[in-house]
Design a protein around this ligand. Sequence first.
Ligand SMILES: [Zn+2]
Length: 414
Amino acid sequence: MDAFFAAMKDEYIDLATKVTAFRSFPGEEQPLADFFLKEFDIMGAETFRDGAGNVVAVLRGGEGPHIMLNGHLDVVPEGEQKNWEPYSPFEATFEEGELIGRGLADLKGGLCAQFFAFRQFVRAAKNGLELPGDLVFSLVTMEENAESMGMEYLFDVTMKEHDLKCDLVYLCEPTNGNLALGHRGKVELVVDVFGKTAHSSRPKDGISAIEKAIPVLNAVYDGFGDPADSHPQLGESAMTVTDMHIRPGGLSMIPDLCKIFIDRRYTPPKTTADCIEQIEAFIQRQRARDKDFVAKVYPRTTQRTCYTGYAKDMERKHPAWITERDNPFVISSFEALRSVGQQPKESYWNAGTDGSVTKGVHKIPTIGYSTAQERWAHQPKERVNVQSMLECICCDALQGLRNIAKGHSGLSGV
Ligand SMILES: [Zn+2]
């Protein structure tokens, strides 16, 4: 393995530095997608771009199991430049074993590890390795705005169009070298509270939407009077108000609309529908107490457009998901990592991932793995440890090997 690390170090730093230089914010991933398409071409893999701008590379195998390596192409903006000094967010710096730049932990560092793991398989296939199932490497768009637009398109449209199947997904979101098996669900809800305008010099002539919104705000901070739902692995549910809009606002007027934006995190078996029902029940109770109270609740939607021009109204939500710890793929992933001296723990993310599509919606076992540290996600001076990422390449390849090609050998260097 040491020879493998020595040979790979410069190549890894070179690729990760090039990839970091792309300001691939959601909807602006095209140049990075073009870059990877070219790299897969050079590698000699079957590759294509789909309607949502996702890049897919495929190594065809037999009847299964079919495995997908996955990461997202987009990153969050760098934020205040001063907080990065003396580094530059899009010119990666290698210093004391760490590579520093925007998106390296979340998740371009892991994506580069998966890239080299996938390349090992492509090379092995050229040398005669026959895979029992397909190995698909998907690099998706529009993950960071948390609606999984790229991943949804991949599984609803692209997989069928290209006759691809999937039995297991490895996400390269940062997991500190642990195996991440799920997270809570999220939905953003809007409560519209209505009133009646009047001149603000005569407030009693109107019905203030702000005044009528007060009981709603109190109820949110009181969890609508229900105990927080909790899950042994995923933790406790949470809800809070993230924004409010007043109409018309600013004039000498009593407002007739107050929009309250609620961020709600929930745990299984609860669903988005349950979260909406909880607030609808409150609206009914409040209406019985106050005949002037008029309100409605609905999921927040935003129109999103991929760089390809594909556009859709996306509900701002991702379902909760959990991959069972006794799933055979999970067991063999633990075995694979322990066989090379790693000590992975079972873990669960606080934030959301595209696993909401693969496991939450499509029920495909999904496992998160990357040696990148979750604490650096979205932070200034974001970084990865290069040695640990080189180990990550081996572990990505090894887990794939265990689960796709048990009994086969021929992956050079692993
Ligand atoms: Zn991410």
